[in-house]
Design a protein around this ligand. Sequence first.
Ligand SMILES: [Zn+2]
Length: 65
Amino acid sequence: MAEQTYELKPVGVRYVCDKCGEGEMQRANGIVLTADPPRYMHACSKCGHRQAFTEVYPSIRWVSA
Ligand SMILES: [Zn+2]
């Protein structure tokens, strides 16, 4: 198969708090839960709600242009 190139564009991905629906979940002081896959602790910027995710937010994702 020949190599091909295609256009991508970066988009920001954030997670809005499940509890208050207003704040944004942000990585909390480096806490990683040793699960498989590992989970990263986050805290809401508004209400402080804590939740662990398998991804780190905010992040950048590449999507088709
Ligand atoms: Zn919140």
